[in-house]
Design a protein around this ligand. Structure first.
Ligand SMILES: [Zn+2]
Length: 54
C-alpha cells in the first residue's frame, strides 16, 4: 500500500501544530498568520523559534 502519497497533502492541509508538532484538534485551534496552532502559546513558541527547529 502506498500510504506515503498522502504525506504530500500535508503541505496544503495543515494537520499539525507548528509550535509543538502535535495534531490539531478541532475544538482548540488558534489561527494566526495563516497557520493553525493549538493555542496562543504554541504560536508564540513557533514564532520565537523560527528557523531553529525543523
Ligand atoms: Zn501546539
Amino acid at each position: 500500500m502506498a500510504a506515503e502519497e498522502t504525506k504530500q497533502a500535508e503541505v496544503e492541509k495543515q494537520t499539525n501544530c507548528p509550535g509543538c508538532g502535535k495534531p490539531l484538534k478541532k475544538l482548540k485551534i488558534y489561527y494566526r498568520d495563516g497557520k493553525f496552532y493549538c493555542t496562543k502559546k504554541c504560536w508564540i513558541k513557533a514564532k520565537t523559534s523560527k528557523g531553529k527547529e525543523e
